[in-house]
Design a protein around this ligand. Structure first.
Ligand code: HXC
Length: 510
């Protein structure tokens, strides 16, 4: 009996060594943690339960039958994050470069199936050379099996990808279908075709970092939602994110203890809006002053900064925030900001996360590059996402809400539950100057008359009361009481029930 127990321990120790000490040292030498070290940091101490530690590949080509490391390049299992269950897979670069074989894929599929069945998030840590070259089509099939599960899990359980090494070729499409992608600066990259192929096909010379590093994907492509300095920071931030999310689409997000009165008054907000309507101010100040303990988890912080997306808590409950940022492009909507916010709104709606929308938007960005790039369809994504969302929706217009952008930004007409405006709100088809130049074109040569017309237009429309008279704004609120008003609004909506008509699925303008 004792021998058997010892054998188990020996086998386990051997499996834990992955591709061997030399390769583990090489992994550390690159500033990367091993697959198991990453899991240890991700989940609560001692909570990880591993599956399939002894699985090995079945390939007999290219001498592979003589190298059968236990675990086959991926560590899979489940554990808890602050006591809440998550499923995890972590690719082991020390074993055949973390490449994906048929059995490696089966291990991932097994935990994804369990995650869907048991209603818990899947967190995938990617560090892989891609398809196991020795296995050929068996590996490609394995990828497709994972893809199919990503699709089935979408909207059922949150899926989070952390890229901590190479992720190239078709392998990128599994993370691409998950809800959030995080990358580690300098040690991770993602691309469909690498620098060598790019050079051959397009003659462009580009480094792996430039082509698909963390900076590229968080600032230019928007493929990734956040970039972190190292493995440790990335995993700590994933834990923080998971705390905001429900385990699955049948559950509400967790309610955390809070130490911040929902009644808190912020008198400084009464002077947040500058006197000059064209002077910017920082919308993040409003977000952090409304949030419990000022805690804001921003998503896609470095991309399309004219719109801000992220999570806060109000009375301990998760709320998704979408806010125009007047500091960047005057907070206008454009292709990038519409796409960014639309995806965020859809994620929130999938997982029953109420949405707070803070509006200061002068309209859509004009120009050929926007029109040629399809701003019509991209803007429609955000409009569609808001309109289909059935979660509680509370909107506060702080300053401008002009034109179509007024409609889009969770207006009353898109089933906004509470639509508040600050007294500084201006709700109109466009700014006074533009409006005057159109409706009083005949007077354009007469500066005095134009000034008078502009003043008249401002007096009539540069306020929230025309909309409030029609009931499009439920209440004009004092800026200082925004946290209290918004918290009470969401509290009143906790039992909201709203269903869209049955359909197979919608046809959002992709
Ligand atoms: C099998 C692989 C492998 C792979 C790496 N290794 N990639 N084994 N299949 N895809 C092995 C190496 O042989 C080596 O084994 C070990 O992993 C570490 O690799 P190195 O090359 O020494 O590491 P490094 O210099 O850091 O380079 C990492 C790398 C490079 C950039 C990922 O290994 C690489 O380019 N690999 C091939 C990538 C690739 O072409 N993959 C297929 C892409 S197509 P030893 O024994 O020496 O430690 C694809 C399609 C997916 O993935 C389609 C889905 C639909």
């Amino acid at each position: 009996m004792k021998d058997i127990l010892t054998e188990l321990e020996d086998r386990r120790n051997n499996a834990r060594l992955g591709g061997g000490q030399k390769r583990i040292d090489a992994q550390h030498g690159r500033g990367k943690l091993t697959a198991r070290e990453r899991i240890e940091l991700l989940v609560d101490e001692g909570s990880f339960e591993e599956f399939d530690m002894f699985v090995s590949h079945r390939c007999t080509d290219f001498g592979m039958e003589n190298q059968k490391p236990a675990g086959d390049g991926v560590v899979t299992g489940w554990g808890t994050i602050n006591g809440r269950m998550v499923y995890v897979f972590s690719q082991d670069f020390t074993v055949f470069g973390g490449s994906l074989s048929e059995t490696h894929a089966q291990k991932i599929c097994k935990i994804m199936d369990m995650a869907i069945q048991n209603g818990a998030p899947v967190i995938g840590i990617n560090d892989s050379g891609g398809a196991r070259i020795q296995e050929g089509v068996a590996s490609l099939a394995g990828y497709a099996e994972v893809f199919q599960r990503n699709i089935m899990a979408s909207g059922v359980v949150p899926q989070i990808s952390v890229i901590m090494g190479p992720c190239a070729g078709g392998a990128v499409y599994s993370p691409a279908m998950t809800d959030f992608i995080f990358m580690v600066k300098d040690t991770s990259y993602m691309f469909v075709t690498g620098p060598d192929v790019v050079k051959t096909v397009t003659n462009e010379v580009v480094t792996a970092e430039e082509l698909g590093g963390a900076s590229t994907h968080t600032k230019k492509s928007s493929v990734a939602d956040g970039a972190f300095e190292n493995d440790v920071e990335a995993l700590a931030e994933v834990r923080r994110l998971v705390d905001f999310l429900p385990l699955n689409n049948q559950e509400k997000p967790p309610v955390r203890p809070f130490f911040d009165s929902p009644e808190r008054i912020e008198t400084s907000l009464d002077t947040l809006i500058p006197d000059n309507p064209n002077t910017p101010y920082d919308m993040k100040e409003l977000i952090t002053k409304v949030a419990d303990e000022g805690d804001f988890y921003e998503i896609q912080e470095d991309y399309a900064k004219n719109i801000i997306t992220g999570f806060i808590r109000l009375e301990g409950q998760t709320v998704g925030v979408v806010a125009n940022q007047p500091m960047v492009l005057a907070g206008c909507l454009d292709i990038d900001s519409s796409r960014k916010a639309a995806r965020f709104v859809r994620f929130s709606d999938c997982f029953e996360i109420p949405i707070l929308t803070l509006v200061d938007v002068p309209g859509f960005l004009p120009g050929t590059s926007q029109e040629y790039g399809g701003v019509i369809k991209h803007g429609a994504k955000l409009l569609f996402a808001y309109g289909e969302a059935t979660v509680p929706k509370v909107t506060v217009i702080t300053r401008k809400a002009y034109g179509g952008a007024y409609d889009v930004m969770a207006s009353k007409h898109l089933r906004g539950d509470f639509n508040y405006a600050w007294p500084t709100a201006e709700i109109a088809v466009m700014g006074a100057k533009g409006a005057t130049e159109i409706i009083h074109r005949a007077d354009l040569g007469d500066a005095e008359k134009i000034a008078q017309h502009t003043q008249d237009y401002e007096d009539r429309f540069a306020n929230p009361f025309v909309a409030a008279e029609r009931g499009f704004i439920d209440e004009v609120i004092m800026p200082q009481s925004t946290r209290r008003r918004v918290s009470r609004a969401f509290a009143s909506l906790r039992n909201k029930k709203l269903k869209n008509p049955w359909k197979k699925h919608d046809n959002i303008p992709l």
